[in-house]
Write a protein that binds this ligand. Structure first.
Ligand code: NDP
Length: 486
């Protein structure tokens, strides 16, 4: 922050008010589309986390016992205010992340409001079990909030994933200390103002900005924080587990993915093609559920290749603030470099770039932004690094296959197991494959179709635990069995 380039200083939200970081230091916040610093983020540390946890502990005494109706009412007000402020929030999300404004305003922000609305209306219906032992006893399960919980989220769907954790945690009666990604903190900062306006009592939600290894680590390591819900990279998830496991914290880890998109010759071709363009390049491919490994049955491989390349070529890259932009900037300079290094690696591994492959310099306002062309690569073995490691950018590989057994081997070959997409009209095959695929979510003839009641999460190195619906409430409550002799 040597030469100040903006007057916009974000603050932490602690104990119901906006506060500067204890260190007095700030971190530059970049707009990826212009490459320029546009605001400053608190460089918080364990002192801010300690203050946030203290406030949360105090607030819990009341919030944990607030009636379901009251909790629900406040969370619904937050949902309403997110909707009322949609244009401002969408613009902020785009400014922070480089994603097209159409995506922020039709997906990210509406889904953030839905998260609050869904869990606010679900919590009055959350019931616990009873187990009757005839003539002997009755057991019932009490489900009480845990206390203070930590929520840590990534930069790719900033407000959407932040609220996906916070909303059920609060609805279940917990108090929260949360950290958004330091790369995309703006909508979390705006959410704090919304919570104040919605009448959320002080300390119930606390938002501490700053670096992961400093603020995130302090949240995970704080002894009063009893559970951690984390979404982010697999390596970070492993670091968090190392710190939290010996402290016996509850952990929900939603981690990386390298998802297969399996296309059989009998699919509805035009629907598949349209959706595959989306599942490859939406949000510049920076979606944990993106289908980055595309396997196509040989009879339609050439047709798919030609039409997919043609559609990819037509995607409009541009200033993310413009309504007709389909491909915006990737989130940071470092991330652009990482993506480009994987495109180099793919070529060293024998891959042919069919379309894209380069960084792009746009004209005008975005001339210093970080843009990478949507890229399609063929000719790679399923075991190579390009097909095994998460790139998390607008890069997909295409590979032909002949049989179901063969493609299952390809699909299940990575360390990851988040989601898979299947395109076929053969229902028997769809059921059979859905059972065999090693992942937490299977989409058949669709992608990113989300019902918030369903369990969400991955297997293998894509994570531990499930979020969504009752799963989220089970995670954010502690079960206690009460056995009464009859
Ligand atoms: P990171 O793992 O780098 O960061 C995620 C969050 O953790 C950020 O807030 C980060 O802070 C924080 N953090 C970093 N280090 C620590 C630490 N030692 N202790 C506690 N917190 C820490 O992920 P990205 O932000 O780069 O997000 C991309 C990744 O997220 C991809 O791998 C993607 O697949 C995954 N993801 C998974 C999803 C799922 O549902 N399974 C959904 C969306 C994304 P900071 O940013 O300040 O470093």
């Amino acid at each position: 922050m040597a030469n100040k380039k903006s007057d916009k200083f974000f603050k932490n939200y602690i104990n119901g008010s906006m506060q500067p970081p204890a260190s007095g230091m700030y971190i530059d916040n970049y707009n990826p589309a212009t490459g320029a610093v546009f605001s400053y983020i608190p460089d918080s540390d364990e002192r801010d986390v300690a203050a946030a946890v203290e406030a949360a502990c105090r607030a819990f005494a009341q919030w944990g016992n607030t009636s379901l109706d009251e909790r629900s009412r406040i969370l619904l007000r937050i949902a309403d205010l997110i909707e009322q402020n949609l244009p401002q929030l969408a613009a902020a999300e785009t400014e922070d992340s480089g994603k097209p404004i159409t995506l922020s305003s039709t997906l990210d922000i509406p889904r953030a409001a839905s998260n609050f609305r869904f869990f606010a209306t679900a919590v009055p219906h959350f019931a616990s079990e009873a187990h009757y032992m005839p003539g002997t006893a009755i057991n019932y399960t009490l489900r009480r909030p845990i206390g203070v919980v930590g929520c840590i989220s990534p930069w790719n769907l900033p407000l959407y994933l932040f609220t996906w954790k916070i909303a059920p945690a609060l609805a279940a009666g917990n108090c929260v200390v949360a950290k958004p990604s330091e790369i995309t903190p703006q909508t979390a900062f705006l959410l704090a103002e919304i919570c104040i306006n919605a009448g959320l009592p002080p300390g119930v939600l606390n938002i501490v900005h700053g670096y992961g290894p400093k603020v995130g680590r302090a949240i995970v390591g704080h002894e009063q924080v009893k559970a951690i819900s984390f979404t982010g990279g697999t390596k970070t998830g492993r670091d968090i587990a190392k710190l939290a496991a010996p402290m016996f914290k509850k952990l929900s880890l939603e981690l990386g993915g390298k998802n297969p998109n399996i296309i059989f010759a009998d699919c509805n071709f035009s629907e598949m093609l349209q959706t595959t363009v989306r599942s490859s390049f939406s949000n510049q491919g920076q979606i944990c559920l993106a289908g980055s490994r595309i396997f196509v049955q040989r009879p339609i491989y050439e047709k798919f290749k030609n039409e997919f390349i043609a559609k990819t070529y037509l995607l409009k890259m541009g200033d993310p603030m413009q309504e007709d932009t389909q491909i915006g900037a990737v989130v940071s300079k470092q991330h652009a470099e990482k993506i480009l290094s994987y495109i180099d690696l793919a070529q060293q591994e024998g891959g042919r770039v069919l379309v894209g492959g380069n960084a792009v310099k746009l004209k005008g306002r975005c001339s210093n932004g970080w843009f990478v062309e949507p890229t399609v690569i063929e000719g790679l073995d399923f075991t190579c690094r390009t097909n095994q490691e998460e790139i998390f950018g607008p890069v997909v590989t295409i590979t032909p296959f002949d049989t179901e057994e063969e493609v299952l081997q390809y699909a299940n070959s990575t360390q990851y197991g988040l989601s898979a997409t299947l395109w076929t009209q053969n229902l028997t095959r769809a059921h059979r494959m859905a059972e065999e695929l090693e992942c937490g979510i299977v989409w058949v003839n669709c992608w990113l179709l989300r019902d918030l009641r369903t369990p969400f999460g991955g297997v293998k190195n894509s994570g531990v635990g499930r979020e969504g619906g009752w799963e989220a409430f089970r995670f954010f409550t502690e079960a206690k069995n009460v056995c009464i002799k009859t």
